[in-house]
Write a protein that binds this ligand. Sequence first.
Ligand code: NAD
Ligand code: DAU
Length: 339
Amino acid sequence: MKIAITGGAGFIGANFVYYILEKYPEYDVICIDALTYAGNMETLESALADRRFVFRKADIADRTAICEIFEEHRPDVVVNFAAESHVDRSIENPELFLRTNILGTQVLLDACNKYSVKRFHQVSTDEVYGDLPLDRPDLMFTEERPLHASSPYSASKAGADLLVQAYYRTYGTPVTISRCSNNYGPFQFPEKLIPLMISNAMKNKPLPVYGKGENVRDWLYVEDHCTAIDLIIHKGRPGEVYNIGGNNERTNLEVVRTIVRILGRSENLITFVKDRPGHDLRYAIDASKIRKEMGWEPRTGFEEGLKRTIEWYISNQQWIEHVTSGEYQGYYARMYENR
Ligand code: NAD
Ligand code: DAU
């Protein structure tokens, strides 16, 4: 079996590369990644030592490059993680998000049809459902919920989901889609809440919490996302959407306070800053479909996952230094100075 993993030099994609190489000694992995600011070869260092692993630098929206890679490697399964993934950046530059997340997905779907790929799996997000009110804890996202995106990022992911479903209906492309809640764990770029707070707290820098810190996210340890995708590509029914969630809702302030406590820092570092425009209030995933059909359950508790993640960042400070040395400095200044 040959699996093409796009976006494998990024956070979840890289965790999935390592997960597959370890779990399936008979599988070959072709990683396709454009190496944007979010993709790092250092993250794939150990994978590159494995003879079953091949890396190709390519943009998923580049039809010629993608077809050449498919022609050469003939993947059986394609798992698409490649995306512009950060909401704040989508507010600065929506166009790039439409190009990569929608047109890139279309190129991959066309290549799957051309080379008779047996399964195309689209890694989507719970953000395509929009948000839920803070005062209705009874409400959750099910797969039937209409799409209702709030940011250019989530709109681009919703657009891609619609395209994937249209390819299933029109061309019979064997597709599946997963919509997952917020992930955390090793190799996450320190623009996202948890690694940004860990990285700043380690240096005793201010911890910028948007608004009042009352927005709620449902946190899932990245390895649990990998086990869910593994099940879907092997057992999921073509044409279906599967929600994946941690059943672990926390306010942002709770998350930041927990990080501060585990690291033994002062809560005085917490700084409330101007809110994100269009900021989604609450995400909550109903993952009963994948649980009933495939027996999937998240295994890692939040406190345990957060401790493991913090230990990873403490032991890999060189990785943080390298990924934040270039473009990140300008981004951080634009996003947080004078906010
Ligand atoms: P990430 O930003 O860490 O990594 C994205 C990767 O895609 C990077 O390696 C980058 O170089 C690559 N990439 C970007 N544009 C590309 C292009 N045009 N061609 C080829 N490669 C390109 O993202 P992540 O957090 O690992 O998210 C992976 C996927 O999972 C995304 O599709 C995202 O929408 C989805 N998702 C993320 C989360 C989360 O909490 N992080 C939750 C649910 C779903
Ligand atoms: O729900 C899945 C989504 O989760 C994925 O599709 C996205 O790719 C991923 O980036 C993530 O989106 P969020 O916007 O929820 O994640 P982020 O880490 O950017 O922010 C989490 C919450 O923390 C959100 O309410 C905004 C807040 N926040 C974030 C940052 C970076 C802060 O308060 N301060 C910050 O500095």
